[in-house]
Design a protein around this ligand. Structure first.
Ligand SMILES: NC(=O)c1ccc[n+]([C@@H]2O[C@H](COP(=O)([O-])OP(=O)(O)OC[C@H]3O[C@@H](n4cnc5c(N)ncnc54)[C@H](OP(=O)(O)O)[C@@H]3O)[C@@H](O)[C@H]2O)c1
Length: 249
């Protein structure tokens, strides 16, 4: 597999989970990657697992920190050259429950990290020379359909879908911009949605299992590859068929 040979990618929030699987897939397909996350040690371990400094670097920081974003793009350019792929994978959900009682501070943080953080990463990547490449934003099925209990998180993920469309128009033809919208994928982030009842939850999926990080990595790698050269502004739902049933979680 070398569909991404020569590519230079930033994958945000990639010390574990979906982001790490994306980084692994990118390296397997010939790209060099920069991964981010808040925990320095976890990043160092992940970089080793990816194959070390020849193919991967890690830069610690918070996704909603503008200085961190600028430092990442500069570090990537120094290590590997201009960015050609950006995967906006960082996303948070610090609040569960009805919108009527939602803490607005938590909502604002979600907008800062999930939406404005994503736009900030795009702006930085463009400053760093992203031209002729590809952006993928990690949305969620909760951004496609109502998802009671995680509603405002879904609002931010819906915003990412629209942001994807606007950016796709604005940045064409040089840069393609797409999104991926997963249902429940077995990571630390989603533990509360399936732990202790995985079989029961999986039974509601037409494909009878929950997602794995590799399921999402495959979709992202496709969207960044030459096979997707005529695809932009789209949101690829990767959900084991769940949304066909009317459910989102
Ligand atoms: N898992 C699912 O079911 C699911 C479904 C739909 C969409 N998604 C989306 O997929 C994305 C990845 O989720 P995941 O399930 O892979 O989560 P995860 O396993 O918890 O991994 C999250 C990664 O992001 C980093 N991170 C978290 N908050 C950060 C922040 N504020 N700034 C920088 N890095 C941060 C974490 O490292 P540190 O903790 O060290 O910072 C870690 O590397 C998110 O956007 C999520 O909304 C997930």
């Amino acid at each position: 597999m070398s569909k991404l040979s020569g590519a230079v990618a930033i994958v945000t929030g990639a010390s574990r989970g979906i982001g790490f699987a994306i980084a692994q897939r990118f390296v397997a397909e010939g790209a060099r990657v920069c991964i981010t996350g808040r925990d320095t040690e976890a990043l160092e371990t992940a970089v080793k697992e990816l194959g070390g400094a020849d193919v991967a670097i890690g830069v610690p920081g918070k996704g909603d920190d503008a200085d961190h974003r600028a430092a990442v793009v500069d570090a990537v350019r120094d290590a590997f050259g201009p960015v050609s792929i950006l995967v906006n994978n960082v996303g948070i959900n610090p609040a569960y429950g009805p919108l009527a009682g939602l803490d607005l501070g938590a909502a604002r943080k979600m907008v800062d990290v999930n939406v404005l953080g994503t736009l900030g990463w795009v702006q930085e990547a463009l400053r760093g020379g992203l031209d002729g490449g590809s952006i993928v934003n990690i949305s969620s099925v909760s951004g496609v359909r109502p998802a009671p209990g995680i509603a405002f998180y879904g609002v931010t993920k819906a915003a990412l879908i629209h942001l994807t469309e606007e950016l796709a128009v604005e940045l064409a033809p040089a840069v393609r911009v797409n999104a991926v919208a997963p249902a429940v994928v077995k990571t630390r982030f989603a533990t509360a949605l399936y732990e202790g009842r995985e079989e029961k939850v999986a039974a509601t999926y037409p494909l009878k299992r929950l997602g794995t990080p590799e399921d999402i990595a495959g979709a992202v790698a496709f969207l960044c590859s030459p096979d997707a050269a005529w695809i932009t502004g789209q949101t690829l739902v990767v959900d084991g068929g769940l949304t066909l049933t009317g459910a989102v979680q």
